[in-house]
Design a protein around this ligand. Structure first.
Ligand code: GLN
Length: 187
């Protein structure tokens, strides 16, 4: 969360941590960070954020989700816990911890379509894999033929951690998506 707040601030956004319903209501867009998706699901329930979050998603609030955040926003989760949420903002099926123990964490240069030709350093930490991508989601980066980033309307979902690099292009791209979505809703 801290690294995302810092990246968003450096990219020119006013960024605040969201832990309460009032904070969720105060923001134009939301980053769902990495961490542990099962814990995030538990905290969403403990802080009574699940339903308000579902409502904001249904109303078109833009999101950037990374790793555990991507899992939470998936349509379906493989190898999840029984109480795991799949909020369905992204039309993807993700598999938790799909890269296995040997390659728990690794980095790889990625070509992320909306960011242009310069490679983006993907930091993968106990990362999920995107197993299936439905019609609604557009794959914007792959690694060894597998989707590792998708975009769907105002939502960007990534298997890796852009906030762990100094490269701000993903956060800048997200802020453009947020601007477009905000302009559209005002219009
Ligand atoms: N393996 C974690 C999960 O299932 C995700 C790891 C991460 O966010 N870096 O939630």
């Amino acid at each position: 969360m801290r690294e995302h707040l810092s990246a968003l601030a450096r990219a020119g956004a006013e960024a605040v941590g969201v832990r309460t319903v009032a904070e969720l209501e105060s923001v134009d867009a939301l980053v769902l960070p990495g961490g542990e998706s099962t814990t995030m699901c538990r905290l969403l329930r403990v802080y009574a954020l699940e339903q308000p979050l579902r409502e904001r998603l249904a109303a078109g609030m833009p999101t950037l989700s990374t790793c555990a955040g991507l899992i939470v926003l998936s349509r379906e989760v493989v190898d999840g816990r029984p109480d795991q949420l799949a909020l369905g903002a992204l039309d993807v099926v993700t598999r938790r911890n799909a890269f296995g123990r040997q390659v728990d964490s690794f980095e790889a240069d990625l070509h992320i379509e909306p960011l242009g030709v310069a490679p983006f350093r993907g930091v993968f930490i106990r990362a999920p894999q995107i197993e299936t991508t439905g019609d609604e989601a557009r794959v914007i980066a792959t690694l060894n033929g597998a989707a590792v980033a998708v975009e769907q309307g105002p939502h960007i979902g990534l298997c890796f951690h852009p906030e762990m690099t100094d490269d701000l292009r993903v956060h800048q791209h997200f802020l453009r998506v947020v601007d477009e979505a905000t302009e559209r809703s005002v219009a």
